[in-house]
Design a protein around this ligand. Structure first.
Ligand SMILES: [Zn+2]
Length: 438
Protein backbone atom coordinates (compact mmCIF):
# COMPACT_ATOMS: atom_id res chain seq x y z
CA UNK A 1 0.00 0.00 0.00
CA UNK A 2 1.33 3.43 -0.91
CA UNK A 3 0.67 6.21 1.54
CA UNK A 4 2.13 9.45 0.14
CA UNK A 5 4.01 11.65 2.57
CA UNK A 6 2.35 15.07 2.35
CA UNK A 7 5.60 17.01 2.61
CA UNK A 8 8.84 16.93 0.63
CA UNK A 9 12.13 18.64 1.41
CA UNK A 10 12.82 22.01 -0.20
CA UNK A 11 16.05 21.55 -2.17
CA UNK A 12 16.70 25.32 -2.44
CA UNK A 13 16.19 25.93 1.25
CA UNK A 14 18.47 22.97 2.07
CA UNK A 15 21.07 24.44 -0.25
CA UNK A 16 21.00 27.83 1.46
CA UNK A 17 21.47 26.08 4.83
CA UNK A 18 24.61 24.39 3.46
CA UNK A 19 25.87 27.68 1.99
CA UNK A 20 25.44 29.54 5.28
CA UNK A 21 27.45 26.85 7.08
CA UNK A 22 30.15 26.73 4.38
CA UNK A 23 30.72 30.47 4.88
CA UNK A 24 31.94 29.72 8.41
CA UNK A 25 35.43 28.65 7.43
CA UNK A 26 39.04 29.56 7.96
CA UNK A 27 40.76 30.92 4.84
CA UNK A 28 42.17 28.62 2.18
CA UNK A 29 40.59 26.02 -0.09
CA UNK A 30 37.36 24.24 0.87
CA UNK A 31 35.97 24.38 4.38
CA UNK A 32 38.14 24.34 7.51
CA UNK A 33 36.12 24.43 10.72
CA UNK A 34 37.98 22.34 13.24
CA UNK A 35 36.71 20.60 16.38
CA UNK A 36 36.25 22.75 19.47
CA UNK A 37 37.12 26.08 17.85
CA UNK A 38 35.25 29.40 17.90
CA UNK A 39 34.18 28.78 14.31
CA UNK A 40 32.67 25.41 15.20
CA UNK A 41 30.79 27.00 18.10
CA UNK A 42 29.53 29.75 15.77
CA UNK A 43 28.11 27.01 13.50
CA UNK A 44 26.35 25.50 16.52
CA UNK A 45 24.90 28.91 17.45
CA UNK A 46 23.57 29.33 13.93
CA UNK A 47 22.00 25.85 14.12
CA UNK A 48 20.42 26.82 17.47
CA UNK A 49 18.93 30.03 16.00
CA UNK A 50 17.40 28.12 13.08
CA UNK A 51 15.95 25.46 15.32
CA UNK A 52 14.36 28.00 17.66
CA UNK A 53 12.75 29.62 14.63
CA UNK A 54 11.38 26.18 13.74
CA UNK A 55 9.68 25.86 17.11
CA UNK A 56 12.29 23.83 19.03
CA UNK A 57 13.73 24.31 22.50
CA UNK A 58 17.53 24.24 22.25
CA UNK A 59 20.18 23.28 24.75
CA UNK A 60 23.87 22.40 24.57
CA UNK A 61 25.16 19.43 26.54
CA UNK A 62 28.48 19.43 28.40
CA UNK A 63 30.34 17.97 25.41
CA UNK A 64 29.17 20.79 23.15
CA UNK A 65 26.52 18.79 21.29
CA UNK A 66 23.58 21.07 20.49
CA UNK A 67 20.20 19.39 20.97
CA UNK A 68 16.95 20.90 19.69
CA UNK A 69 13.75 19.35 21.04
CA UNK A 70 10.36 19.55 19.41
CA UNK A 71 7.54 18.54 21.76
CA UNK A 72 5.08 15.82 20.83
CA UNK A 73 1.52 15.28 22.01
CA UNK A 74 2.94 13.23 24.85
CA UNK A 75 6.11 13.11 26.90
CA UNK A 76 8.33 10.10 26.32
CA UNK A 77 11.40 8.83 24.51
CA UNK A 78 12.28 10.84 21.41
CA UNK A 79 13.22 9.88 17.88
CA UNK A 80 16.41 11.78 17.03
CA UNK A 81 18.42 12.77 14.01
CA UNK A 82 21.57 14.76 13.36
CA UNK A 83 25.23 14.75 12.42
CA UNK A 84 28.29 16.94 12.97
CA UNK A 85 29.29 20.53 12.12
CA UNK A 86 33.10 20.36 12.26
CA UNK A 87 35.34 19.58 9.29
CA UNK A 88 38.81 18.34 8.45
CA UNK A 89 41.53 20.73 7.19
CA UNK A 90 40.48 21.93 3.71
CA UNK A 91 37.45 19.63 3.66
CA UNK A 92 34.16 19.88 1.82
CA UNK A 93 30.83 21.45 2.64
CA UNK A 94 28.81 18.22 2.95
CA UNK A 95 30.58 15.84 5.33
CA UNK A 96 28.50 16.04 8.51
CA UNK A 97 26.85 19.29 7.51
CA UNK A 98 24.52 17.48 5.06
CA UNK A 99 23.04 15.55 7.98
CA UNK A 100 22.63 18.66 10.12
CA UNK A 101 21.11 20.59 7.21
CA UNK A 102 18.73 17.66 6.69
CA UNK A 103 17.79 17.81 10.38
CA UNK A 104 17.12 21.56 10.10
CA UNK A 105 15.04 20.95 6.99
CA UNK A 106 12.97 18.20 8.66
CA UNK A 107 12.23 20.55 11.58
CA UNK A 108 11.19 23.28 9.13
CA UNK A 109 8.99 20.85 7.17
CA UNK A 110 7.25 19.76 10.37
CA UNK A 111 6.86 23.36 11.53
CA UNK A 112 5.52 24.60 8.22
CA UNK A 113 3.08 21.72 7.79
CA UNK A 114 2.03 21.90 11.45
CA UNK A 115 2.70 18.19 11.94
CA UNK A 116 2.13 16.93 15.46
CA UNK A 117 4.04 13.82 16.49
CA UNK A 118 3.05 11.48 19.29
CA UNK A 119 6.34 11.78 21.13
CA UNK A 120 9.07 14.45 21.07
CA UNK A 121 11.60 14.64 18.24
CA UNK A 122 15.19 15.78 18.72
CA UNK A 123 17.63 17.31 16.25
CA UNK A 124 21.30 17.15 17.11
CA UNK A 125 24.46 18.88 15.92
CA UNK A 126 27.32 16.80 17.29
CA UNK A 127 30.58 18.46 18.30
CA UNK A 128 34.05 17.43 17.23
CA UNK A 129 33.38 14.39 15.05
CA UNK A 130 36.46 14.66 12.87
CA UNK A 131 39.73 13.22 14.15
CA UNK A 132 41.64 15.83 12.12
CA UNK A 133 42.57 18.07 15.04
CA UNK A 134 43.02 15.70 17.99
CA UNK A 135 43.49 12.32 16.31
CA UNK A 136 40.26 11.10 17.89
CA UNK A 137 37.02 10.84 15.96
CA UNK A 138 33.50 11.30 17.31
CA UNK A 139 34.48 13.19 20.51
CA UNK A 140 31.03 14.69 21.08
CA UNK A 141 29.07 11.53 20.40
CA UNK A 142 31.52 9.35 22.34
CA UNK A 143 31.01 11.59 25.37
CA UNK A 144 27.24 11.44 24.84
CA UNK A 145 27.49 7.64 24.81
CA UNK A 146 29.67 7.53 27.94
CA UNK A 147 32.56 6.06 25.95
CA UNK A 148 35.26 8.66 26.77
CA UNK A 149 37.12 9.05 30.03
CA UNK A 150 38.29 12.34 31.53
CA UNK A 151 41.92 11.15 31.17
CA UNK A 152 41.42 10.73 27.43
CA UNK A 153 40.48 14.41 27.19
CA UNK A 154 43.86 15.31 28.69
CA UNK A 155 45.84 12.81 26.62
CA UNK A 156 44.65 13.81 23.17
CA UNK A 157 46.47 16.88 21.87
CA UNK A 158 46.43 18.86 18.66
CA UNK A 159 49.53 19.84 16.64
CA UNK A 160 50.03 22.90 18.90
CA UNK A 161 50.02 20.76 22.05
CA UNK A 162 46.54 21.91 23.18
CA UNK A 163 44.64 19.06 24.84
CA UNK A 164 41.02 18.22 24.08
CA UNK A 165 40.09 19.29 27.62
CA UNK A 166 41.87 22.65 27.19
CA UNK A 167 40.22 23.25 23.81
CA UNK A 168 36.80 22.46 25.29
CA UNK A 169 37.37 24.83 28.20
CA UNK A 170 38.56 27.56 25.80
CA UNK A 171 35.17 27.57 24.07
CA UNK A 172 33.24 27.59 27.34
CA UNK A 173 32.59 23.85 27.78
CA UNK A 174 33.23 21.85 30.93
CA UNK A 175 35.38 18.76 30.27
CA UNK A 176 34.86 17.37 33.80
CA UNK A 177 31.10 17.42 33.43
CA UNK A 178 31.28 16.17 29.82
CA UNK A 179 33.05 12.97 30.81
CA UNK A 180 30.51 12.18 33.50
CA UNK A 181 27.17 13.13 31.94
CA UNK A 182 26.27 10.71 29.16
CA UNK A 183 22.84 10.77 27.54
CA UNK A 184 20.18 8.58 29.18
CA UNK A 185 18.97 5.71 26.99
CA UNK A 186 15.47 6.13 28.46
CA UNK A 187 15.19 9.55 26.78
CA UNK A 188 15.45 8.08 23.29
CA UNK A 189 13.54 5.54 21.21
CA UNK A 190 15.67 5.59 18.02
CA UNK A 191 18.10 7.74 16.03
CA UNK A 192 18.70 8.18 12.29
CA UNK A 193 21.80 9.93 10.93
CA UNK A 194 21.89 11.17 7.35
CA UNK A 195 25.42 11.46 5.93
CA UNK A 196 27.18 11.62 2.58
CA UNK A 197 28.45 8.22 1.44
CA UNK A 198 32.14 9.19 1.08
CA UNK A 199 32.45 6.35 -1.39
CA UNK A 200 31.23 5.79 -4.94
CA UNK A 201 28.75 2.90 -4.68
CA UNK A 202 25.67 5.15 -4.99
CA UNK A 203 27.20 7.45 -7.60
CA UNK A 204 28.26 4.47 -9.72
CA UNK A 205 24.91 2.71 -9.46
CA UNK A 206 22.70 5.80 -9.81
CA UNK A 207 20.62 4.77 -6.79
CA UNK A 208 19.15 7.70 -4.79
CA UNK A 209 20.11 6.72 -1.26
CA UNK A 210 21.89 4.07 0.77
CA UNK A 211 20.72 2.49 4.00
CA UNK A 212 23.63 1.31 6.13
CA UNK A 213 23.74 -2.12 7.74
CA UNK A 214 27.33 -2.25 9.04
CA UNK A 215 29.90 0.38 10.02
CA UNK A 216 33.55 -0.69 9.75
CA UNK A 217 35.74 -0.91 12.79
CA UNK A 218 39.25 0.46 12.68
CA UNK A 219 42.60 -0.23 14.29
CA UNK A 220 45.03 2.69 14.23
CA UNK A 221 48.66 2.52 15.23
CA UNK A 222 51.51 4.98 15.35
CA UNK A 223 54.76 3.29 14.31
CA UNK A 224 58.28 4.62 14.75
CA UNK A 225 61.15 3.24 12.67
CA UNK A 226 64.51 4.13 14.23
CA UNK A 227 67.47 3.92 11.89
CA UNK A 228 70.78 5.75 11.78
CA UNK A 229 71.07 9.27 10.38
CA UNK A 230 74.30 9.99 8.58
CA UNK A 231 75.82 11.87 5.63
CA UNK A 232 74.30 10.80 2.28
CA UNK A 233 77.61 11.20 0.45
CA UNK A 234 79.97 9.83 3.03
CA UNK A 235 77.97 6.72 3.96
CA UNK A 236 78.24 3.72 1.60
CA UNK A 237 74.98 2.05 0.52
CA UNK A 238 75.88 -1.19 2.27
CA UNK A 239 75.31 -1.22 6.00
CA UNK A 240 72.96 1.75 6.10
CA UNK A 241 70.01 1.78 8.48
CA UNK A 242 67.66 3.99 6.46
CA UNK A 243 64.44 4.46 8.42
CA UNK A 244 62.54 5.80 5.41
CA UNK A 245 63.52 2.90 3.16
CA UNK A 246 62.14 0.58 5.87
CA UNK A 247 58.95 2.64 6.23
CA UNK A 248 58.50 2.64 2.45
CA UNK A 249 58.60 -1.16 2.42
CA UNK A 250 56.13 -1.16 5.32
CA UNK A 251 53.68 1.02 3.36
CA UNK A 252 53.80 -1.41 0.45
CA UNK A 253 53.53 -4.45 2.74
CA UNK A 254 50.31 -3.04 4.22
CA UNK A 255 48.89 -2.36 0.77
CA UNK A 256 49.85 -5.81 -0.52
CA UNK A 257 48.25 -7.56 2.43
CA UNK A 258 44.95 -5.69 2.05
CA UNK A 259 44.93 -6.69 -1.65
CA UNK A 260 45.47 -10.36 -0.74
CA UNK A 261 42.33 -12.43 -1.39
CA UNK A 262 42.46 -13.77 2.18
CA UNK A 263 41.79 -10.24 3.44
CA UNK A 264 39.29 -9.10 0.83
CA UNK A 265 37.22 -6.32 2.42
CA UNK A 266 40.01 -5.05 4.66
CA UNK A 267 41.47 -1.59 3.99
CA UNK A 268 44.98 -0.74 5.09
CA UNK A 269 46.43 2.75 4.74
CA UNK A 270 49.51 4.68 5.80
CA UNK A 271 48.27 8.26 5.69
CA UNK A 272 50.91 10.14 7.64
CA UNK A 273 54.65 9.91 7.53
CA UNK A 274 57.09 12.19 9.35
CA UNK A 275 60.69 11.90 8.19
CA UNK A 276 63.50 13.11 10.46
CA UNK A 277 65.72 15.01 10.17
CA UNK A 278 64.08 15.67 6.80
CA UNK A 279 67.20 16.86 5.03
CA UNK A 280 68.19 16.18 1.42
CA UNK A 281 71.74 15.38 2.49
CA UNK A 282 71.06 13.21 5.55
CA UNK A 283 69.96 9.56 5.56
CA UNK A 284 66.56 9.48 7.34
CA UNK A 285 67.25 8.50 10.95
CA UNK A 286 63.68 8.25 12.14
CA UNK A 287 60.28 7.90 10.53
CA UNK A 288 57.03 8.17 12.47
CA UNK A 289 54.07 6.85 10.51
CA UNK A 290 50.46 5.84 10.94
CA UNK A 291 48.70 2.61 10.05
CA UNK A 292 44.93 2.50 9.71
CA UNK A 293 43.24 -0.87 9.14
CA UNK A 294 39.47 -1.03 8.68
CA UNK A 295 37.06 -3.87 8.15
CA UNK A 296 33.43 -4.78 8.72
CA UNK A 297 34.75 -8.16 9.97
CA UNK A 298 36.33 -7.51 13.38
CA UNK A 299 38.24 -10.78 13.40
CA UNK A 300 39.74 -10.26 9.93
CA UNK A 301 40.63 -6.68 10.92
CA UNK A 302 42.68 -7.88 13.94
CA UNK A 303 44.32 -10.68 11.91
CA UNK A 304 45.26 -8.19 9.17
CA UNK A 305 46.87 -5.88 11.73
CA UNK A 306 48.81 -8.77 13.28
CA UNK A 307 50.06 -9.97 9.92
CA UNK A 308 51.05 -6.49 8.71
CA UNK A 309 52.93 -5.91 11.96
CA UNK A 310 54.71 -9.25 11.56
CA UNK A 311 55.85 -8.26 8.06
CA UNK A 312 56.90 -4.77 9.16
CA UNK A 313 58.93 -6.23 12.03
CA UNK A 314 60.71 -8.56 9.60
CA UNK A 315 61.44 -5.65 7.23
CA UNK A 316 62.94 -3.56 10.01
CA UNK A 317 64.96 -6.46 11.40
CA UNK A 318 66.47 -7.17 7.97
CA UNK A 319 67.41 -3.51 7.60
CA UNK A 320 68.81 -3.06 11.09
CA UNK A 321 66.11 -0.56 11.93
CA UNK A 322 64.37 -0.48 15.32
CA UNK A 323 60.59 -0.49 15.50
CA UNK A 324 58.10 0.58 18.13
CA UNK A 325 54.31 0.70 17.88
CA UNK A 326 51.71 2.58 19.88
CA UNK A 327 47.98 1.84 19.56
CA UNK A 328 45.88 4.96 18.87
CA UNK A 329 42.45 3.42 18.52
CA UNK A 330 40.83 0.03 18.16
CA UNK A 331 37.14 -0.35 17.47
CA UNK A 332 35.13 -3.25 16.12
CA UNK A 333 32.56 -2.98 13.38
CA UNK A 334 29.07 -2.08 14.48
CA UNK A 335 26.02 -3.92 13.19
CA UNK A 336 23.17 -1.43 13.10
CA UNK A 337 19.88 -2.89 14.39
CA UNK A 338 17.73 -4.27 11.61
CA UNK A 339 14.38 -3.07 12.96
CA UNK A 340 15.33 0.62 12.68
CA UNK A 341 16.70 -0.02 9.20
CA UNK A 342 13.42 -1.78 8.33
CA UNK A 343 11.48 1.38 9.27
CA UNK A 344 13.75 3.44 7.00
CA UNK A 345 13.45 1.02 4.07
CA UNK A 346 9.71 0.75 4.75
CA UNK A 347 9.45 4.55 4.51
CA UNK A 348 11.49 4.44 1.27
CA UNK A 349 9.00 1.95 -0.17
CA UNK A 350 6.06 4.14 0.85
CA UNK A 351 7.36 7.29 -0.80
CA UNK A 352 9.00 5.60 -3.77
CA UNK A 353 12.66 6.26 -2.99
CA UNK A 354 15.09 3.77 -4.51
CA UNK A 355 17.63 2.59 -1.98
CA UNK A 356 20.45 0.16 -1.66
CA UNK A 357 21.77 -1.44 1.53
CA UNK A 358 25.48 -0.63 2.01
CA UNK A 359 28.26 -0.86 4.54
CA UNK A 360 30.13 2.21 5.76
CA UNK A 361 33.92 2.25 5.65
CA UNK A 362 34.07 5.50 7.61
CA UNK A 363 33.13 5.86 11.26
CA UNK A 364 30.23 8.08 12.22
CA UNK A 365 28.47 9.56 15.24
CA UNK A 366 25.73 6.98 14.59
CA UNK A 367 28.18 4.25 15.63
CA UNK A 368 28.53 5.82 19.10
CA UNK A 369 24.86 6.83 19.46
CA UNK A 370 23.89 3.24 18.71
CA UNK A 371 25.24 2.51 22.22
CA UNK A 372 22.57 4.84 23.62
CA UNK A 373 19.64 4.04 21.34
CA UNK A 374 19.02 1.88 18.26
CA UNK A 375 20.35 3.79 15.25
CA UNK A 376 20.08 3.75 11.47
CA UNK A 377 21.99 5.63 8.77
CA UNK A 378 20.87 7.08 5.44
CA UNK A 379 23.61 7.78 2.87
CA UNK A 380 23.27 10.29 0.03
CA UNK A 381 25.59 10.02 -3.01
CA UNK A 382 29.05 11.59 -3.10
CA UNK A 383 30.07 12.57 -6.62
CA UNK A 384 32.94 10.29 -7.71
CA UNK A 385 33.07 9.11 -4.10
CA UNK A 386 35.21 12.09 -3.10
CA UNK A 387 35.23 13.32 0.50
CA UNK A 388 37.48 15.24 2.92
CA UNK A 389 38.51 17.43 -0.03
CA UNK A 390 37.13 20.75 -1.34
CA UNK A 391 35.71 18.91 -4.40
CA UNK A 392 33.27 16.97 -2.18
CA UNK A 393 29.86 17.24 -3.85
CA UNK A 394 26.33 15.93 -3.43
CA UNK A 395 23.63 16.83 -5.93
CA UNK A 396 21.11 19.13 -4.13
CA UNK A 397 18.19 17.12 -5.54
CA UNK A 398 19.64 13.88 -4.13
CA UNK A 399 20.15 15.51 -0.75
CA UNK A 400 16.50 16.58 -0.84
CA UNK A 401 15.42 12.99 -1.61
CA UNK A 402 17.47 11.73 1.34
CA UNK A 403 15.96 14.41 3.57
CA UNK A 404 12.41 13.53 2.55
CA UNK A 405 13.22 9.92 3.42
CA UNK A 406 14.62 11.04 6.78
CA UNK A 407 11.38 12.95 7.45
CA UNK A 408 9.22 9.94 6.56
CA UNK A 409 11.45 7.58 8.60
CA UNK A 410 11.21 9.75 11.71
CA UNK A 411 7.42 9.85 11.49
CA UNK A 412 7.30 6.04 11.17
CA UNK A 413 9.66 5.59 14.10
CA UNK A 414 7.59 8.03 16.16
CA UNK A 415 4.39 6.10 15.40
CA UNK A 416 6.13 2.86 16.31
CA UNK A 417 7.49 4.25 19.61
CA UNK A 418 4.07 5.63 20.49
CA UNK A 419 2.47 2.22 19.96
CA UNK A 420 4.69 0.65 22.61
CA UNK A 421 3.35 0.75 26.18
CA UNK A 422 5.43 3.24 28.24
CA UNK A 423 6.74 0.63 30.71
CA UNK A 424 7.80 -1.68 27.89
CA UNK A 425 9.56 1.00 25.87
CA UNK A 426 13.13 0.36 26.86
CA UNK A 427 14.48 -3.09 26.02
CA UNK A 428 16.23 -4.47 29.14
CA UNK A 429 19.60 -4.61 27.41
CA UNK A 430 19.54 -0.84 26.89
CA UNK A 431 18.61 -0.16 30.49
CA UNK A 432 22.08 -1.30 31.50
CA UNK A 433 24.78 1.35 31.74
CA UNK A 434 26.87 1.75 28.61
CA UNK A 435 30.50 0.77 28.95
CA UNK A 436 33.73 0.85 26.97
CA UNK A 437 33.61 -0.54 23.45
CA UNK A 438 35.08 -4.00 23.20
ZN1 LIG B 1 31.30 13.00 8.81
Amino acid sequence: MTRPVPVTADADRLWSTLEAMAALSEGGPGVTRLAYTRLERRAHELFAEWMEDAGCAVRTDCAGNTIASRPGRNEGPAVGTGSHLDSVYAGGRFDGIAGVAAAVEVARMLHQAGVETDLPLRFVAFAAEEGARFGQACCGSKLAAGLSSRAELDDRRDRDGISLAEAMAAVGLDPDAAASAPWRPADWSAFVELHIEQGSVLDDSGVDVGVVDLISGSTRLELVADGRASHTGGTPMRGRADALAAAAEAVLAAERLALDARYRGARATVGRLLVEPGSITTIPGRVTFSLDVRDVDADRQRRAVAEIMGRVRAICLRRGVGLSARPLADTSAVVLPDWVRAEVTGAAGEIGVRYRVLTSGASHDAQMINRVTPTAMIFVPSRAGLSHVPEEWTDPAKLAVGTTLLFASMLRLDARAASVAPDARLPPVLAEPVGEPS
